[in-house]
Design a protein around this ligand. Sequence first.
Ligand code: FHN
Length: 481
Amino acid sequence: MKLAHRSIAIVVLSAAVSFSYAQLEGSKPEAQRVHHPIPAIQDTETTAQHYARMQWWREARFGMFIHWGLYSIPAGTWDGKQIPDIGEWIMNDASIPVADYKALAARFNPTSFRAHDIVSLAKSAGMKYIVITAKHHDGFAMFDSKANAFNIVASTPFKRDPLRELAEECRKQDIKLGFYYSQDQDWTAPGASAIQRANHDPITHHWDKAQDGAFDTYLHTKAIPQIKELLTNYGEFPVVVWFDTPTANMTPERAAEIVTLLKQHPNLIWNNRLGGTYKGDTETPEQYIPPHGFPGRDWEACMTMNDTWGYKSYDTNFKSTETLLRNLIDIASKGGNYLLNIGPDSTGVVPAPEAERLRQMGQWLAVNGEAIYNTKPTLFGPEAGEFSATEKDKSGNPKFIPSWKWRSTTAAEKIYIEIFNWPSGSFHIDTLPRKVNSAYLLADSAHTPLKMSQTADHIDVQLPAKALDPIATVLVLNMSK
Ligand code: FHN
């Protein structure tokens, strides 16, 4: 690689530019369709239909995940002890009996919850969709459910349906709404699954006799009726259903019953965590960013801001705005979406450090959003980092060592270079295959042309002495005339 003095150098591999975006965007040629063992849920969608269904989601790039439920009352502490691990798992981690956990409902009165404030926060962060926990593994429905009384309207003094209020507000503020639903694990419903964490029954993984029963009874009297309620009671929402933690109980036959319901809503998008071998629409890497995305599949990295999804009063290990923003840019450069979590407290308030970071991200996006929304992945690749020749990851594979100098996203006539480490002098690119007609910094509202020189085998862009934004300054290489 040719390195210019005091510059960042990049190489465009000719192989890298020959890919088709369709490959990266998860379009669905017949040959790639997954044939499901249950005939009723064969994938018959055409590539064009699939593209139309996924389009808004692919353009969105940034969404808000909300984990909110009864677990925000104990907030990580039970019987005076701080319970390690993520807050929404406290019932399982502390082996809380069903009756004791259910008693929390009588104390849940989040009168400071304002759908308007949460939706406005998502908007000010530059997020394009929201996914909220309608029911997490504790089995408590955060919506008005006729199917099961353990819900926020029937069992709490609050008596309001936050999902309805959010749906109304999302409509007003023009942002999309999706629902998370724990279809398999439900620790307060007899017969449902529990994943082993503490010292529980080795077969059922239950810790209370009240959890024993038949999975099909749970599926047919609670999960499926509630999924129907969620799919029909909120108008055009949900646009996304986000399933989670499937176990062996979610057989292909059982999953097919759910898919049959989902297919009645032709615009719906759902993730890859239903179970029963059904792959869904989106890959969901959790708490990590895959080295080079998921070529051929749509994907969304879900991540926390601190070390918990559900509110924990003493978890203050918040990532910096710099880290969160660079994660968003990294993800966009690999063709994915970032679903970033907030965990409101038991009064319904979003913790201040979370709100603050989201607003700061929104300020950057207000200036530089053109380089993120509706963009295509990098035309380069090696800038993301490389696999170590010596270090191994947890699975024993070569460890990916990310590099945090810059990333790139692409539009029809533009290449965006999001620079993290500002070079003194110039930005140098070898073998850029397209003629660049001008270069400027996105944060410079005048788009003052930067001096550049391009030959058949390189381009040099002269940069000002200081970055316009210390987190990421976007250099635009403009190919249009
Ligand atoms: O067990 C859950 C966890 O509580 C959280 O909801 C995350 C979000 O992706 N999903 C599961 C763990 O993979």
